[in-house]
Design a protein around this ligand. Structure first.
Ligand code: SF4
Length: 82
């Protein structure tokens, strides 16, 4: 289930579910904040393996909306890392 959080005229979809607080490897083609260049959360990007090591439940600053969002959040303004 997703919760809507409105920021200006745009919308961020927040996943409010809990979960483990450990980092996992995630594919960089997943369209979540943890694979967006605008997300300032803690992560490690392994370009050669095309994965990101991240705790998707931790928050980081979104430089577009100027709000903290969880790594597994999604929105319509997604800027993929490459
Ligand atoms: S622009 Fe969207 S996808 Fe990127 S970090 Fe901000 S909320 Fe997440």
């Amino acid at each position: 289930m997703q919760q809507k959080l409105c920021a200006r005229s745009d919308t961020i979809y927040i996943n409010p579910s809990g979960g483990s607080m450990s980092q996992e490897f995630k594919p960089i083609d997943a369209k979540h904040c943890y694979t967006c260049i605008q997300w300032d959360g803690q992560r490690t990007w392994y370009a050669e393996k095309k994965v990101v090591k991240v705790d998707e439940k931790k928050e980081g600053l979104c430089r577009v909306f100027h709000k903290n969002v969880k790594g597994d959040s999604v929105c319509d303004h997604f800027y993929p890392i490459k």
